[in-house]
Design a protein around this ligand. Structure first.
Ligand SMILES: Nc1nc2c(ncn2[C@@H]2O[C@H](COP(=O)(O)OP(=O)(O)OP(=O)(O)O)[C@@H](O)[C@H]2O)c(=O)[nH]1
Ligand SMILES: [Mg+2]
Length: 372
């Protein structure tokens, strides 16, 4: 028997291992039962490499007799970090539907067609050769109806929802269950590695979808914030656009995590648009005071870093502005993104006193063409 929440094989021998349940006839393992009913985050001892292997072995062994389809889910609020380039290489010759999830977070004024084109272009430089893009959200009925139609058209029970952990694979399948008046069995959470095994889910008489464990994310803000503040990284409210007129030598401090510092030839001010969660703490200060401010207040700001990860020294990274568009986005993963004018001699640095590998810090910051 598999747990209906996470797909793990139920076992009643080892309480600390995956799939433990007192009775093998239970619908849920103990972990899922607690996560579902008490909304607590329960990390599970897992070896994420196994998930990748499991998925890789499925992908490298093409079964010509079977008609398999892959739905590669990414998170519109965390585009760069929710992509998995290894997975894209494995999928290169498969027919792939890219589900750009969580579009409910985008401001209503943003044209859906424009977003569609953005992702179509973005994936043109990926290894994928046969793909289509759908914009979806567990909170958007129209997108779910459209998705269900597409899924039902395929005459196969081998349709896999795959991708990184936390992009919302199980949430989308739950939303399809709800649309079909079934109970939303799958367990979902703002923490990583909720689904632990492949799990076929019957949506209706014509449609079964296979949920899969999310691939491991090497770099994510989730690893550095207090568990209680994961809600600042995963939320259900439309993003707000904050506009700042910034002078050279000013910084924006974001949560208790980073300071983004701007410098450019004096005299002028620049307009920045920050797209962020409405409850995120953003504070403007002079760059020469920003480190002091962060150190002094960081345990009062949200998202709050884990206290034991705070260092005495600051790590600074200067993202390379390598796009030619008039404006660009400095994407900060699921802390949102700052839309900046691409003026000559603009210098942006980002500092943190969180103890994180400098490679990870770089990966958490991306310069890209403007999303909106
Ligand atoms: N705003 C918004 N949040 C979403 C959406 N879909 C999922 N989420 C949130 O994203 C987080 C992760 O969702 P899950 O469904 O558990 O993600 P998953 O891909 O199944 O993760 P794993 O099981 O670890 O692979 C949860 O906090 C969800 O509430 C969406 O369409 N919109
Ligand atoms: Mg899941």
């Amino acid at each position: 028997m598999k747990c209906h929440g996470c797909g793990a094989d139920l076992q009643n021998l080892h309480q600390s291992k995956i799939g433990y349940s007192e009775k093998l006839t239970n619908q849920y393992c103990l972990r899922c039962f607690k996560m579902k009913h008490y909304k607590v985050v329960i990390p599970q001892e897992i070896t994420p490499a196994q998930f990748t292997e499991q998925l890789a072995s499925l992908l490298v062994k093409p079964n010509e007799l079977k008609h398999r389809l892959f739905y590669y889910v990414i998170d519109i609020f965390d585009i760069e970090l929710s992509r998995n380039h290894y997975l894209e290489t494995l999928l290169a010759n498969e027919k792939v539907t890219i589900l750009v999830n969580k579009v409910d977070l985008m401001p209503k004024a943003v044209k859906r067609l424009k977003l569609q084109k953005y992702f179509q272009d973005l994936f043109a430089t990926s290894p994928l050769t046969n793909y289509q893009v759908f914009l979806v959200s567990k909170n958007n009925t129209n997108s779910l109806k459209f998705l269900q139609k597409q899924l039902e058209k395929q005459n196969t029970n081998e349709q896999y929802f795959i991708g990184h952990s936390n992009v919302g694979k199980s949430s989308l399948i739950n939303a399809l269950l709800k649309q079909n008046k079934q109970s939303e069995n799958l367990v979902t959470a703002p923490s990583f590695h909720t689904t632990l095994n492949f799990l076929p889910v019957k949506i209706n008489d014509y449609l079964t979808i296979i949920d899969t464990p999310g691939l491991n994310r090497e770099d994510a803000w989730n690893y550095y914030v207090t568990p209680n503040d994961l809600k600042y990284l995963h939320f259900q409210k439309e993003l707000l656009q904050y506009t700042y007129q910034i002078e050279s030598g000013q910084s924006l401090i974001i949560g208790g995590l980073i300071s983004v510092n701007f410098s450019f030839p004096a005299e002028q001010k620049i307009d920045l648009h920050y797209y962020a969660y409405q409850h995120l703490d953003i504070h403007r200060t002079k760059t020469n005071k920003s480190n002091d401010y962060l150190q002094k207040h960081q345990l009062e700001l949200h998202p709050e870093p884990q206290a034991e990860l705070i260092n005495n020294h600051f790590l600074t990274y200067q993202p390379k502005i390598d796009v030619k568009t008039k404006r660009f986005d400095l994407s900060l993963g699921n802390l949102g993104w700052i839309n900046v004018p691409n003026i000559p001699k603009l210098n942006i640095t980002v500092s943190t006193n969180i103890n994180l590998p400098s490679r990870s810090f770089q990966n958490l910051l991306t310069v890209r063409k403007p999303l909106v």
